[in-house]
Write a protein that binds this ligand. Structure first.
Ligand code: MN
Length: 290
């Protein structure tokens, strides 16, 4: 099933004919709120048949006629893997942008970091770069896993079963420079620095999250092309490990790391990423106006 959040936090199923509003399956107190998708995910097993029926019988609206929001606008946690592709480790070690003495720890050693959930935007928004002369902002396309249920202390091998679905995520990053060494959490948490979506694809439609092509273009120029088979820590294990730290919540988003080929973006650029079987996410880059 391909789910979207649209207009005033309505929940939709994306069908061949357009978006069908299935918000009616939710209790009134959650409908039309930023938490609607979190609740739909939490109750999905009970709601699934009603959602499928509505998706078949409801009137589809053309995708071009709705405003697509981030599919999960308000996760409790936005986890992210640090270096999690071997070739990206190499390019960061050799980078002139990052400071010397770059630490080569990977997701295997370091675990996760957090991005502020308030940095999430959707495909109808733009990536807004703050005016920081001399600083460089990078694109990082990532497979994002969305958690399906409260998950605490998962046993090895149980991580993927806790995943509800998958979506595209751009982990926009202010790079450190020799003169400026700032906290990673802050450099990745500027407003608009976490575009996600537009479609949340349920896990049953993804045969193997460890075998998905990931690509990124800037102005139609291919900049990154990789496959999730090269993840150092695979999706399920990322989830298992995070669940040892704190209980994961339905709707939590986990950005699994970027492959090699990161590079700068500038106001006026258009950034597009795609992941096999999931779809594509495309946004303009602008100068922030505040
Ligand atoms: Mn990243």
């Amino acid at each position: 099933m391909r789910l979207v959040t649209f207009n005033a936090f309505s929940i939709g199923v994306l069908t061949r004919d357009g978006v069908v509003d299935v918000s009616a399956v939710l209790p009134a107190r959650w409908r039309g709120t930023p938490l609607a998708m979190n609740q739909l995910i939490e109750d999905f097993e009970q709601l699934r048949v009603r959602i499928e029926n509505l998706a078949t019988t409801g009137a589809p609206a053309p995708v071009s006629g709705v405003r697509l929001l981030p599919p999960v606008p308000a996760p409790t946690h936005l986890f992210a893997a640090p270096l999690n592709y071997k070739r990206h480790v190499g390019e960061m070690e050799n980078s002139t942008i990052v400071h010397s003495g770059w630490e080569t720890g990977t997701a295997a050693d370091l675990g996760f970091f957090l991005k502020a959930p308030g940095s999430i935007v959707g495909s109808a928004d733009a990536i807004e770069l703050p005016n920081l002369p001399g600083r460089v902002f990078h694109h990082e396309p990532e497979l994002a896993a969305v958690i399906g249920r409260e998950a605490k202390a998962l046993l090895p091998g149980k991580g993927l079963a806790a995943v509800f679905g998958y979506t595209c995520l751009l982990d926009i990053t202010l790079r450190n420079s020799p003169a400026d060494k700032q906290e990673r959490v802050m450099r990745k948490s500027f407003a608009t620095f976490s575009p996600i979506g537009p479609v949340l694809v349920t896990a049953d439609e993804i045969a193997d999250p460890g075998s998905l092509g990931v690509r990124l273009w800037v102005n139609d120029q291919l900049r990154q092309e990789a496959n999730t088979r090269d993840l150092i820590v695979p999706v399920g294990e990322l989830v298992e490990r995070a669940s040892q730290v704190l209980p994961l919540r339905p709707g939590d988003v986990y950005a699994t790391g970027t492959p090699e080929g990161v590079g700068p973006i500038e106001p006026g650029d258009r950034v597009r990423m795609s992941i096999d079987s999931i779809g594509s996410l495309e946004l303009d880059v602008r100068r922030r106006t505040w």
